[in-house]
Design a protein around this ligand. Structure first.
Ligand SMILES: [Zn+2]
Length: 51
């Protein structure tokens, strides 16, 4: 699962600051055009290997 806010442009691996986070699936986040927060990249070794 990932976390996103209604107005945010990114998704997050954890709710890590103030905001109206809601849990969603990665597929849903990507379907909404959201990009990974730095926090997600830091926590996703598979992704880090790609960059
Ligand atoms: Zn974040």
């Amino acid at each position: 699962m990932v976390y996103a806010t209604p107005t945010g442009k990114k998704y997050h691996s954890h709710p890590h600051n103030d905001g109206d986070y809601s849990e969603t699936t990665l597929d849903d986040a990507l379907a909404r055009g959201l990009e990974p927060c730095k926090n997600v990249i830091n926590n996703n070794k598979a992704y880090r290997r790609l960059i």
